[in-house]
Design a binder for this molecule. Structure first.
Ligand SMILES: Nc1ncnc2c1ncn2[C@@H]1O[C@H](COP(=O)(O)OP(=O)(O)OP(=O)(O)O)[C@@H](O)[C@H]1O
Ligand SMILES: [Mg+2]
Length: 426
């Protein structure tokens, strides 16, 4: 292999033999760490069995800054999910997010020079290897290599080129990378929590599989997860992933604004935001007031409309940044079906109106619909990433149920499968 896969090699080698139909995920968020455990049923649907969540410690802007503290919180979230599910978790899919992640669109061309002039896995692998090498610096971890389309001679728009005839194969792919050190710290924190890592997944990719329809991905849609500390963005067009990015801004900034303007504790500001906050002032009455206690124990009367104006200013800033990111990447012009919001800040009243006004695109707030089991326990957008991380390997066909396996593969075969999925299963 010509690119960095060392973290994946480590975690795959450690993987224990477990019931493959039971899978679990960990989402390391700025405000909370969540663990979701589920089962893949015979129809390849995801049934939620348990969920656990604990307030983040040792995490800043969804990056681990204290391994010891973070691993304790990870353990707490896992234990809670285990309790609810009534089973033990030995391995987790880990979500990767934050501004240390990156993605680049790249392309490569290789000759099809076997005697039949037929594209085989060999040509595809060569084309993808070259594409990766072009854009993945050695100090970064390659998280996903996602083919967008293949071109054989002059014919473009090909999804599966294997078996087709031609003289040259072009591959257009998006290569998603993450900071190597950040991944190493996640591996340490997870292993201290005594679970193995099934794989790493860019969390928002899982959310896109979970929350966007095929039609939206085809027409062109942007999915935005606004959490506490970060805002993550992915864009699809023509059923292909065209863009991914992250910004260091989220609901936490709205809470800090409330705290500094009204001299309230962060805890109280958070409560005030969740209970009475509105991001769209025209929808709030001029006369409504709220009584709150300041940090120095005074009772203060706040006009709800004024609170909405404070929130609106920051919400507008968030969407201005999103628009700038989408415009500079070129994705904005392809978002024909609009924007879809998730993450905890999507629960802020009026956020969709701000999105529509600033982005000048239709907006909907996404709620998880396509999972079974105790789905109600994960219906809040704060869990969409943890559920999406579970959903991703199912959607990509990377979970093989015992009934579908001819016989148990050796570790070497499992690793081979893993690499095949890595190249062709995306
Ligand atoms: N009802 C609500 N109204 C407004 N904001 C809310 C509401 N519920 C949650 N939030 C905000 O959502 C944020 C938490 O969302 P989420 O759990 O998705 O973030 P996270 O995953 O911990 O952080 P990140 O993804 O940024 O690392 C907090 O800023 C919180 O204030
Ligand atoms: Mg999050």
């Amino acid at each position: 292999m010509n690119f960095k896969i060392s973290s994946r090699e480590i975690v795959m080698a450690n993987r224990k033999d477990i019931d493959p139909s039971v899978i679990a995920s960990v989402d390391i968020g700025t405000s909370k760490i969540a663990c979701v455990v589920g089962r893949v049923n015979e129809d390849k649907d995801l049934e939620i069995l348990g969920v656990g969540s604990a307030l983040s410690e040792g995490v800043k802007k969804c990056t681990i800054i204290n391994i010891e503290e973070a691993s304790k919180v990870i353990s707490r979230a896992i234990e809670e999910a285990e309790m609810m599910a009534g089973l033990e978790i030995s391995s987790v899919y880990v979500g990767i997010s934050g501004i240390h992640t990156d993605g680049v669109n790249t392309k490569s061309v290789v000759a099809v020079n076997n005697k039949n002039r037929e594209v085989t896995q060999d040509e595809v692998k060569r084309a993808i290897d070259i594409a990766i090498e072009r854009v993945a610096p050695s100090d970064r971890e390659v998280l996903h290599v996602i083919p967008q389309q293949y071109v054989i001679d002059d014919q473009d728009g090909i999804r599966n080129p294997i078996g087709m005839n031609g003289t040259k194969l072009g591959a257009y792919v998006r290569v998603i990378t993450a900071n190597f050190t950040v991944i190493q710290n996640i591996i340490k924190a997870i292993s201290k929590a005594n679970v193995d890592i099934s794989d790493f997944i860019l969390g928002i990719l899982g959310e896109a599989e979970l929350l966007l329809s095929d039609e939206e991905k085809d027409l062109g849609t942007v999915l935005v997860d606004i959490g506490a500390g970060t805002t993550e963005i992915v864009g699809y067009y023509n059923s292909s992933l065209m863009f991914n990015g992250a910004l260091n801004i989220g609901g936490m900034e709205i809470t800090s604004d409330i705290s500094s303007i009204y001299k309230l504790s962060l805890q109280q500001s958070e409560k005030l935001k969740k209970m009475y906050g509105h991001a769209w002032p025209p929808a709030v009455s001029e006369t409504e007031t709220i009584e709150v206690q300041t940090v120095n124990k005074r009772i203060k009367t706040i006009k709800r409309k004024e609170l909405a104006e404070v929130i609106n200013a920051r919400a507008e800033e968030i969407f201005e940044s999103i628009k700038k990111t989408l415009t500079s990447s070129g994705m904005y012009d392809f978002a024909n079906a609009g924007v879809v919001l998730t993450g905890g800040t999507a629960l802020l009243q009026g956020i969709d109106q701000v999105a529509e006004e600033i982005l000048d695109l239709p907006c909907r707030i996404a709620f998880i619909e396509n999972v079974g089991g105790i789905a109600d326990a994960v219906k809040s957008p704060i869990f969409s990433k943890a559920v999406g991380i579970l959903y991703y390997p199912i959607k990509k066909g990377n979970i093989i149920l015992p009934s579908q396996k001819p016989k148990g593969p050796s570790t070497l075969e499992k690793l081979k499968d893993f690499f095949n999925n890595f190249f062709f299963g995306e």
